[in-house]
Design a protein around this ligand. Sequence first.
Ligand code: GLP
Length: 261
Amino acid sequence: MEIVILPDNQAIGSLGADAVEDLLRRKPDAVIGLATGSSPLAIYDELANRYSNDRLSFAKARGFTLDEYVGLPADHPESYRNVIDKDFVSRVDFAPGAVRGPDGLAQDIQAACAGYEEAIARAGGVDLQILGIGTDGHIGFNEPGSSLASRTRIKTLTRQTRIDNARFFGDVLDAVPTHCLTQGLATIMSARHVLLVATGAGKAEAVHHLVEGAVSAMWPGTILQHHPHVTVLLDGAAAGRLQLADYYRQTYLAKPAWQGI
Ligand code: GLP
């Protein structure tokens, strides 16, 4: 796991966008895993800027989102499909239908989840997964207790996650759906490069477990310690509880530029 502690969101956006830009140069038809939430917004903003400046194109790329609420109407502004369209997809030049997400309105949930796994596999797997982390250590919507070997499936949201997300539903806890579909931990682990972003002191405990804790289903993100290529982009506040923060800073400063992330 490479830990990069950066001064602010803008620096996170810039370095994250560099990783996507490098990938698209190497592989214009890359498969990108897209996360919703506030954490990746700086990366999406920077990518949209670079697209406007003709620096990169998503015309041949494909995307898969991580998760979706169950039962939200298709036109609900907080369905993750609509959120990712607004925050990123509609701002660049993905081809129509090139970005898919789990179907939270499917009649046959199990078939929809299996079909989603198949679609990712048919696309050749995810090259770069952009990821956030919940305050309870969830990635995607894999809440504490999730199987470390899980694939896309239905999950019940914890009360904490529903409280965290109530701000998107007019601060009304009951308006936050109780269930979701999410890529599993094993699905996320299949991505070739994982780029996880966390900012703010509210994430410091989750980051502490993610990077320096024991691998445990109680802190689902810790499974990433078994992944060969994970980059964690943090601001100082999110890195606030890391025992080896100075070491990570020195290591990154001394890293040859050609290595990239
Ligand atoms: C939600 C999403 C996750 C996201 C997490 C953190 O629960 N399902 O994918 O990582 O929230 O969100 P934020 O980045 O807004 O803190």
